[in-house]
Ligand binder design. Structure first.
Ligand SMILES: Nc1ncnc2c1ncn2[C@@H]1O[C@H](COP(=O)(O)OP(=O)(O)OP(=O)(O)O)[C@@H](O)[C@H]1O
Ligand SMILES: [Mg+2]
Length: 456
């Protein structure tokens, strides 16, 4: 294999010598420069894979050199080493596109790791060992991503329910996309030009919640200095999204029930009967049936709310959606954080697909955003992801020590790799593995790999 080339630009002769010796011993082809001018020249002639750059150089500020190298060779992996690790310099260096920043005195292990990472990023940019983003696809806000059987059923429900105005109850764990679904129903309905007003029932104290929803008359409670319209009046023919509906206080549940039955209500402190055509979509991450059983939620209200229900399965039950979600979320990060991430290492994708996601899609967004902001590069590596996942990380891909493993371990790993490659399409995975579907199912069971029961 061709040796990887490293160019070191630093005015400290002794450091250059010791780094050169160390890195040459490690098998790199090393070239040194004592000044910015020499460094820029050697960069052009030597064509290094990585540049190690000092900030304080005799003829030029290293940050300017960094900028010049980045502009001329956009792809360059530049590791900054410096005794000036103050906040401003660090921030500027990272903004200018340094891939790593290492303070002096140099911890050689740290430098080695940084070099490994930078090289890996470089090689992944060219390899197929990663999820690549199709550069022609744009990020579309508010899109619901999914191609698992469960998500396809949800898309159908959204289509059907947006044609009428029945009350809908959306149930699912936190972060599964309930609000996104509620919005999609509204924006696909004939009333999409009317308001969609969301209210989180857990975020407001009981008395204010009643007034928020139904409005109040002047003087009806301390602080009610003028009369005020409630959400149901303001929504017109639009939609009211009642988030965390389980938290509506018991007393208020009767008033909501009446509205759902008769479309009528009064202001707090008022007597006039008011009407509203607003549609109600409610969401909950609690088990409302259980609450009905233990008497904390009215049974009649539960039945009124759940005329139509959408049950959003947790992410761990539709793992085949994870690669698509990763792509979508990376696009979102690129658009919103002005980044240009193009790939996610395959090992990281495995890890993300095997994690249990107690916080569902929101947690996946959070993890990817955190990984993205800790890297300057265009590739998200596994080592940016692994420390961010909690103890639920059931990943089988972690294997730092090259232990001798059993044939079964290798088979399991191979199956996971194929599944991930086939985006968890069981039919395609069977073809690739050359085994029948019952055999695959049997092996999945054996290895405790869970897939959605309706995976294609
Ligand atoms: N299928 C999906 N496709 C794209 N983005 C999604 C999907 N599901 C969820 N998200 C994103 O995940 C985040 C959480 O979604 P949302 O707020 O709709 O969840 P929720 O079920 O209402 O959560 P909570 O119960 O905590 O209120 C949002 O940023 C949303 O855009
Ligand atoms: Mg929500």
């Amino acid at each position: 294999m061709k040796k990887k080339k490293i160019l070191i630009i630093d005015d400290e002769q002794s450091l250059l010598e010791s780094l050169e010796m160390f890195l040459s011993e490690k098998g790199y082809d090393v070239c040194c420069a004592l000044s910015a001018a020499e460094g820029i020249k050697k960069n052009a002639s030597f064509g290094p894979d990585i540049v190690i750059l000092d900030i304080r150089l005799p003829d030029k500020n290293g940050l300017d050199v960094l900028q010049e190298l980045r502009q001329r060779h956009n792809e360059k992996n530049i590791i900054i080493i410096t005794a000036f690790h103050d906040m401003e310099t660090t921030i500027t260096a990272m903004k200018l596109g340094a891939c790593e920043y290492i303070p002096k005195p140099i911890d050689i292990e740290e430098l080695e790791k940084a070099i490994d990472r930078a090289l890996k990023v470089g090689s992944l940019k060219r390899s197929a060992d990663a999820i690549s983003l199709d550069p022609s696809s744009m990020y579309e806000k508010g899109k619901i991503i999914g191609k698992s059987r469960a998500m396809k059923e949800i898309f159908k429900s959204i289509g059907l329910l947006s044609e009428n105005t029945v009350t809908v109850l959306i149930e699912g764990e936190t972060g599964t996309g309930k609000e996104l679904i509620a919005r999609a129903i509204h924006y696909h309905s004939p009333y999409k030009d009317q308001p969609l007003l969301a209210i989180n029932c857990s975020a407001i104290v009981a008395t204010l919640l009643e007034s928020e929803l139904f409005g109040h008359e002047k003087g009806s409670f301390t602080g009610a200095i003028a009369s005020k319209k409630g959400k149901f009046e303001l929504a017109g023919d639009g939609t009211i999204f009642l988030d965390e509906v389980s938290e509506i206080p018991f007393e208020l549940q009767a008033k909501l029930l009446r509205f759902l039955q008769e479309k009528e209500f009064e202001h707090v402190g008022g007597e006039r009967n008011l009407k509203s055509n607003a549609r109600v979509i409610a969401a909950t991450n609690k088990d409302l049936k259980e609450m009905v059983k233990n008497g904390s939620f009215r049974e009649d209200l539960y039945y009124r709310l759940s005329v139509a229900t959408i049950d959003v399965p947790p992410l761990r039950e539709r793992r085949s959606d994870i690669p698509l979600l990763i792509e979508y979320i990376i696009r979102k990060i690129n658009a919103e954080l002005h980044r240009s991430i193009k790939k996610v290492e395959e090992k990281a994708v495995h890890r993300l697909m095997n994690y249990d996601w107690p916080g569902n899609v929101r947690e996946l967004e959070n993890i990817l955003t955190r990984a993205a902001i800790t890297t300057q590069g265009e590739v998200i590596l596994d080592e940016f992801i692994s420390p961010l996942l909690g103890r639920e990380d059931k990943s089988t891909v972690e294997r730092d020590t090259p232990d001798i493993v059993s044939l079964q371990e290798i088979e399991k790993e191979h199956i996971l790799k194929v599944l991930s490659h086939a985006r968890w399409h069981l039919g395609n995975s069977c073809k690739l593995l050359g085994i029948s579907r019952p055999t695959l199912r049997q092996k999945l069971k054996e290895y405790g790999i869970s897939v959605h029961p309706y995976a294609p």
